[in-house]
Design a binder for this molecule. Structure first.
Ligand code: GAR
Length: 202
């Protein structure tokens, strides 16, 4: 069966990558296959997760000149149909997005449009939600466009904030209750659309 070929971009521990790899191993990623993981620096936990799953993994250092060109080359080399930012903490340039020209999905750990955009990443997002005093937060999967965290929302799930939460406890609960469930669902749905388009063209 025709499958969409997927690249996952990562910057850290890679628990969202793991959720995707686990979904693939369980056969829940029916329309896509994770063919490449791109880590934005050496030594991060996500690399070991890709290797353990037998998925090709490349390192392109985000803070070095030529990062985006290197990623573009990898995406072309692996004939990637869709990129997934799974805990990728950089912002891709409008030129990058235009040149790739295919869907890019991102998972963000809040209910967009709250606590998002430039400077909101990782624990900072949860600390901002706690500082503001909101009672509900969550996670969002959206398409990436030229506005940071501004593309079309694909899936969202709310998570309650509990008395005594810290940024760390909240991050963990948002991951468990929302991120690790939403991301595989959104990726499968986007992959299914790509496969349908390919089948219509063939
Ligand atoms: C996740 O909570 C992800 O939503 C967030 O970073 C964490 C990475 O964890 N991403 C952002 O904040 C993007 N703006 P992981 O490496 O274990 O998947």
């Amino acid at each position: 069966m025709l499958k969409a070929s997927i690249a996952v971009l990562v910057s850290g521990g890679g628990t969202n990558l793991q959720a995707l790899l686990d979904a693939q191993a369980r056969g829940e990623l029916k329309s896509g296959e994770i063919r490449l993981v791109i880590a934005d620096r050496p030594g991060i936990g996500a690399i070991a997760r890709a290797q353990a799953a037998g998925v090709a993994c490349a390192v392109a250092v985000r803070r070095e000149a030529g990062f985006e060109a290197q990623v573009q080359e990898l995406l072309a080399q692996y004939r990637i149909d869709m990129a997934v930012l799974a805990g990728f903490l950089g912002i891709l340039s409008p030129a990058f997005i235009r040149t790739f020209g295919k869907p890019i999905l991102n998972i963000h750990p809040s209910l967009i449009p709250s606590f998002c955009g430039k400077g909101f990443y990782g624990l900072r997002v949860h600390q901002a939600a706690l500082d503001y005093g909101v009672k509900v937060t969550g996670a969002t999967v959206h398409l990436v466009n030229e506005v940071p965290d501004g593309g079309k929302i694909l899936l969202q799930r709310a998570v309650d904030i509990r008395p005594g939460d810290t940024a760390e406890t909240l991050q963990r609960r948002v991951m468990e209750e929302a991120e690790w469930k939403l991301l595989p669902q959104a990726v499968e749905a986007a992959a299914a659309e790509i496969v349908e388009e390919k089948e219509n063209l063939s």
